[in-house]
Design a protein around this ligand. Sequence first.
Ligand code: AMP
Length: 281
Amino acid sequence: MIVVSDIESVLPSLREARSQGLTIGLVPTMGALHPGHVSLMRASREETGFVVVSIFVNPTQFGPAEDFDCYPRPLNADIKTCEANGVDLVFHPDAKAMYPPGFQTFVEVKSLQDVLCGASRPGHFRGVATVVLKLFNIIQPDVAYFGQKDAQQVRIIRRMVDDLNVPVRVRVCPTVREPDGLAISSRNQYLDEAQRTHARALFQGLEEVRERVLKGERDAQALREVLASRIAATPGAQLDYAAVVDADTLKPVRKLKGEVLVALAVKFGTTRLIDNLSLTV
Ligand code: AMP
């Protein structure tokens, strides 16, 4: 496995892989790798000939009061995880390489970036879209792998790829969960024991929504209330949003029809957790 941090050093390995006729898969991450990331590496390992994992805690997607400084960066353990899962190349640039002095170009995916998580994290998806397009341009993957856990991110990346004719196929893999249903996240380690126990309320709320829909509920407001009341009854939990939106536009729906996304964000202290459920009605 090759491990590189500067952009120039990535290119020879990619050229070599392409000259062998291998397709290139890219798994963009911020590190602190866990089984959710590993599922993306494995999907890439199965479907592409040369697997690249990028590890970059991207400063432009963090707000000023967010956890950029304390975000976990266990690089050596991450490299071992990549090696153990058949990754061919780890690319871990530093912020100076990605955003050299004078940098001033950003990608904005209008309207999709402003709702749901974008409403409480202004600028977040501008940072995400920008860094993902940069990674696509540096690695030039055939296929890029993302997790359904970050459903809005997926929607925004797909929109960007379509709008800007980016020649990358976007693959989305299911959310990997802890045994109690909590979506695995690098941020779960911020939770104390009680918060960790209560954090399963997100998944439980979504499961209740799924059951209600299976029983015929089609009123979006009733389903939002299922989530809101579940979180209101959870000690230490504060609802950021509970939303039932059209999966394509991310706009709120009144009645469930076609593909919808049920999503919520909840804060436990300063830790913000997200989860979602994708439904076809
Ligand atoms: P992050 O390191 O949090 O930026 O995540 C990198 C990629 O891993 C993103 O595409 C995430 O959606 C994906 N990911 C994070 N957690 C999970 C999970 N529990 N299951 C599946 N994919 C995940």
